[in-house]
Write a protein that binds this ligand. Sequence first.
Ligand code: EPU
Length: 339
Amino acid sequence: MSEQKKVSLKEYNTFGIDVQAVAISSVTSVADLQRIIQEKDPSELFVIGGGSNMLLTKDIDKHVVHIHMKGYTVVDLPCGENEILLNVAGGENWHDFVLYCIDKGYGGVENLSLIPGNVGTAPIQNIGAYGVELKDVFYECEAVSRANGEIKTFSLEDCAFGYRDSVFKTLLKDQYVITSVTFRLTTKEHKVKTAYGAIADTLKAQGIVAPTIKDVSDAVIKIRQAKLPDPKKIGNSGSFFKNPVISQATFSALRKQYPEIPYYPVGSNQIKVPAGWLIEQAGFKGKRFGDAGVHDKQALVLVNHGNASGSEIWNLALKVQDAVKEKFGLTITPEVNVF
Ligand code: EPU
């Protein structure tokens, strides 16, 4: 475990916000993490994984714990004939994990290619893209209590996954650090999911009729690269807002006024409306205020064009929120955690 005092967190958050922390320790084992939890009061600690879902608006007056455990282990427990249970350390980069699976021929996460962040933070918001969510391949995860360092295993049911949601965002918010995740993946007869419009179109354009998991992953990478900014080149946290889920009645009224509004039914009586569309219609796509901006190819993504502060990004988020509220009467809420 390495410790540094008074450090900039610029390299530790994908928005590239330059705030300072009192100290930072990179932990490479569960034992290291337990040691630091036992030494300090929980209120003194601030946990960072891939730093891809946070907006830092001020200096962090805490000791940052950077989750850096690595490794893959095949778990020897009963599973389906064409399945494997793979345990992945929380500090592994998510996309590296996806590429590892493609390389080994493990199916299930190909639609989740190129999502920024780490394996250990993926369950917190049940990451999802192109018709697949983490919960679809989740078997269990291991987490350490921030209060006393005890290890607990969470099953699929325990996690209470929902749209960009889990028990780690609600009942157990800030109470556990996820140290590893076990995935249920396919080893053959993969069930590739290509129904999501953009994937089907991309594969069709390439003349691929029976796509492999690699074909799907490549298509997703292509689609994401065309629409979403690479955090290494331009700071961002992916979707800044969640897509609002509204009642059928609210949606019907809205559709009368805006017949072209895109939508996705959720269950039998609710409708999910793309916040990106709402923001674009409100006139914010590609807008820039100093170095804080709305991405020009996907309005759901806020970007740091260089040296924006966290507060500048947050002020822009509030402006966007107000404009959507005023035009459509809908409240869009951040998906990103704001500190
Ligand atoms: N749209 C616009 N203008 C925009 C952006 C989108 O009109 O600026 C429209 C699109 O034309 C389309 C609809 O909105 O009709 C949906 O757009 P898209 O397919 O890009 O998906 P999204 O709802 O904007 C969600 C996830 C993304 C994920 C994509 C693909 C959320 C909050 N975001 O975005 O996740 O990659 O679907 O599955 O659910 C992330 O969480 O960081 C993320 C990128």
